[in-house]
Design a protein around this ligand. Structure first.
Ligand code: MG
Length: 134
């Protein structure tokens, strides 16, 4: 089972995702913004199997956090999540650094599947967001 670093500023989403992933036996360390998550990542010297981060967060957003994480710990896969099409576009330049972007709102099954795929290095044919906004 995996150790996952979760960054999400919305308390309801954060606890929902944490519980969803714990159902699969994963250990989840949750933080409320990119800055706190970045500190945790550094303190643990990158010892996570996956970073799961919201994009739109105060203090440090998910894009800035992903850039730092990919620079310092490139071995840790990154999965982003957002409910905003414009935020998804901001992640386009990060295609080489991130695994995928999960579109909110997602079901319990969808986030568990996305994390499972990321942990196993499985990429979808096309990002979820492109199907939904096409
Ligand atoms: Mg947010």
């Amino acid at each position: 089972m995996a150790h996952i670093l979760l960054a999400e500023d919305d308390e309801a989403v954060r606890s929902f995702v944490k519980r969803a992933l714990e159902l699969d036996g994963h250990t989840v360390t949750a933080q409320e913004d990119g800055a706190a998550a970045s500190e945790t990542l550094a303190r643990e010297n990158g010892r996570f199997d996956l970073i799961l981060s919201d994009i739109k967060m105060p203090i440090m957003d998910g894009i800035a956090f992903a850039l730092i994480a990919a620079r310092d710990f490139p071995q840790v896969p990154i999965l982003l999540m957002t409910g905003f099409a414009d935020q998804r576009e901001r992640a386009n330049g990060l295609d080489a650094l991130i695994h995928d972007v999960v579109t909110k709102p997602f079901s319990l099954a969808e986030i568990r599947r996305a994390v499972h795929d990321a942990l196993n290095g499985i990429l979808r044919e096309e990002p979820t967001v492109l199907r939904r906004y096409a």
